[in-house]
Design a protein. Structure first.
Length: 723
């Protein structure tokens, strides 16, 4: 076998004209660069956070992409001082200098041209000469420019290391004026402490500073990054040898060197080793503590559940499965009810709550997401909260208010959508449950597992600590729903079927077969703007939710959001821009990171309702909440949500779901993903996609294994008790 020839290294410099794509994890971007001669080139690589108007010097290789033609693959880059008037305008408009917006930037650069930066250094007297800028505004701009001089010098230093303006802002928010020195001392701290700066970006900075590639801090950071990447895929831990090999591959060093980095991280207590597995300290505590908490609740007397006696006057009769599920809450402190759509989980919970009310028990109702909590509250006529709000996170202590020392004031705790419960949230929840409280967990074991690490629901079911009731009999009224019928067909390995309808008869399920991604997009546009609102009467923004298996691709959420926003929220409305994040007033948005200070959490959906351009602030109204204020540099916590991924939709239900499903989504075509997507629709589900893609998903019931020892630890704890 012959080695392919090494591609010669090349250099490219020019001005960024457009940021085409930037990944959510900050690891990849595609930009357009214009050379001084006017030619534009496509550049890809670790270039995230850059803004149009900056000038770069890049090192890398030229490649021929099968679809996009000749591209420059950047391996290293350096931001250089701006020189063209157009570039300076874009820089001043990017938000890097507070108080200078697009219009003001254009006025200044039009007047001073290439001398703009020097003239700004001259103060208010120069700015007063610009038509349209009065004395008061000139003084204000000069003051901001003067006060930012030290920071500008620091920005130039940091940007020279490849740190983007967006991340410079984050560094100064965390470290203040000490940010440059901190980066010089140990850039790998950024990967540990600054959200969005991973090992790859820190490694670029370290290389620019001259830190050796085989240094122990570098190898430790590589190990931590590698493990966190595995945790992001749902794993709780990783075998030592596997982590050594994966770290060695990332760092391009030997496994022996990687082992030294792992050992150093363990010594610094950044990693822990237990039973041959490597954990982060937080996950190690969670996996060992959770079995203790479960056992403690199970082994103490169950006072509250024994009061759940039958109450005359119930409107619904229960089948034998449902009756068993209700009775078991009186028999055990820990119960689980699982089952698919239409099997009466809500009915069972309603009956349990009815009995608990009659017994004057203190009832706690919760779910992982706001929409799921709202649905649970509506079905029981009681207030339900998200788990985070139930436990009340306190930003001043960085802990939940309700915990082992201050348990929840409830006798019966019911948690819905437990398939979404990850191991860290489960740990926090079970810490706060008081002894004697009856706990009922409700969820569908066949849905996608939690986005966060662990397999909590399946581990609980297999542990032996919980009385588990699986409901399987579909309610008679649910049998009339083609959504429910087809969801169960998919879950049993059968293809969904379009209903046979009479002329002008409507159904709640349709499958529009189409293989061409561009035609799928056109169909979705017509469905959202015309067919669904006019024929079914649903609101395009508030009622319709588009779900996609992936973010990227022709029919991924990024592309769909761009297309649909232009249709549903058109025009030159007030907008905000931070890096590559652009939002307009009226945009449908989703929170994509927990923000305990604002009391908003990953998956919360809302609408952007107010923009204060001069103050660089904006507000989002979330479901049933007060408006939440954001600073401009917090815009990366949000994404447009006309379309979201199926994973992000977990725990939510929507009146209408449109599901594009194509072969381009092949990496995600699994039965549980299709099943989860279908069960998000309450009144109308429309699949737009190819038969082959649906068949691939239905046939693929293989579950991606997650590395965790929680099931084993729970079972071992029970065996120890039974001895």
């Amino acid at each position: 076998m012959t080695n392919s020839p090494t591609k010669p290294h090349a250099k490219l410099s020019g001005e960024i004209t457009r940021v085409i794509f930037e990944s959510d994890d900050g690891a990849f971007a595609v930009i357009k660069i214009r050379e001084s001669g006017g030619r534009e080139y496509s550049v890809r690589g670790s270039l995230t956070g850059l803004v149009a108007g900056q000038e770069l010097e890049l090192e890398g290789v030229w490649e021929q992409h099968a679809e996009f033609g000749r591209q420059f693959k950047a391996e290293h880059f350096k931001i250089i001082l701006l020189s063209t008037p157009d570039g300076i305008t874009r820089y001043l408009s990017s938000g890097a200098i507070p108080g200078i917006g697009k219009k003001t930037a254009q006025l200044i650069v039009k007047h001073f041209g290439e001398k703009t930066l020097a003239m700004l250094d001259g103060g208010a007297k120069n700015l007063k000469t610009i038509p349209g800028i009065g004395a008061k505004k000139a003084e204000a701009i000069a003051k901001v420019w003067r006060e930012s001089a030290t920071r500008r010098d620091s920005y130039i230093f940091l940007q020279g290391l490849g740190i983007t303006p967006a991340f410079c802002s984050k560094l100064f928010k965390r470290y203040g004026e000490a940010a440059p020195q901190m980066v010089k001392d140990n850039p790998y701290r950024l990967a540990e402490e600054v959200d969005g700066i991973g090992f790859l970006k820190a490694d670029e900075i370290a290389k620019a500073i001259g830190i050796p590639r085989n240094s122990i801090p570098r190898l430790s950071a590589a190990a931590i990054y590698t493990l966190n990447s595995m945790i992001a895929n749902g794993n709780v831990c990783c075998a030592l040898e596997e982590l050594c090999n994966a770290t060695a591959e990332l760092a391009e060093e030997s496994p022996e060197q990687a082992r030294l980095g792992i050992a150093a991280a363990i010594e610094r207590r950044l990693l822990r080793i237990m039973d041959g597995q490597i954990y982060t300290p937080a996950l190690a505590r969670a996996e060992t503590e959770l079995p203790e908490l479960v056992a403690k609740l199970a082994l103490e007397p169950n006072f509250s559940g024994k009061h759940l006696r039958p109450v005359p006057g119930g409107k619904l009769s229960l089948n034998s499965e449902q009756q068993l599920a209700v009775n078991r809450v009186s028999q055990s402190a820990l119960c689980i009810i699982t089952g698919g759509p239409g099997v009466g989980k809500t009915t069972v919970v309603g009956e349990i709550v009815r009995r608990a009310k009659k017994a004057h028990l203190r009832i706690g109702l919760a779910a992982p997401t706001g929409r799921a909590a709202k649905r649970l509250g509506e079905s029981t006529d009681l207030g339900a909260k998200t788990l985070h709000r139930l436990l009340q996170f306190d930003p001043t202590t960085n802990k939940f208010t309700y915990n082992a020392e201050n348990p929840l004031p409830c006798d019966l705790l019911i948690v819905d959508e437990v398939s979404m419960l990850d191991i860290l949230l489960a740990q926090a929840l079970f810490r706060a449950i008081p002894i004697g409280c009856s706990v009922l967990l409700v969820g569908d074991k066949d849905q996608l597992p939690s986005v966060g690490p662990g397999t909590v629901l399946s581990s609980f079911i297999e542990s032996g600590w919980f009385l588990v009731t699986e409901l399987s009999q579909i309610f008679r009224q649910a049998e009339n729903s083609q959504i429910i019928v087809n969801a169960h067909r998919v879950n049993h390995g059968l293809m969904p079927e379009n209903p046979k309808l009479l002329k002008n008869e409507l159904s709640d399920f349709y499958w529009i077969e189409q293989d061409d991604p561009e035609k799928v997009l056109s169909i979705i546009e017509k469905l959202v703007t015309d067919r669904i609102p006019n024929r079914f009467g649903f609101d395009p923004v508030n009622d319709i939710q588009i779900l996609s298996p992936m973010n990227r691709g022709n029919c991924g959420t990024i592309t769909i959001n761009e297309r649909v926003e232009e249709l549903l929220n058109p025009g030159e409305l007030a907008q905000i821009k931070f890096g590559d994040h652009i939002f307009k007033i009226g945009d449908k948005v989703m929170q994509i990171a927990n923000n305990y200070d604002k009391n908003v959490f990953n998956g919360d959906m809302g609408k952007l309702v107010y923009i204060n351009a001069s103050g660089k602030k904006f507000e989002v109204m979330f479901d049933g909440m007060r408006p939440v204020e954001y600073a401009l540099d917090e815009a990366d916590q949000l994404t447009r949500s006309y379309a979201v991924t199926v994973h992000k939709s977990q725990g939510s239900e929507f009146p209408v779901v449109i599901l594009p499903f194509l072969r381009e989504h092949y990496m995600m075509l699994q039965r549980n993903l299709l099943y989860t997507a279908m069960t998000r629709a309450r009144k109308l589900l429309i699949i737009v996609g190819s038969r082959r893609a649906v068949q691939m998903a239905v046939n693929n019931a293989r579950l991606e294994p997650r590395s965790t020892l929680l099931t084993r630890r729970l079972q071992q704890k029970r065996q120890d008790f039974c001895k």
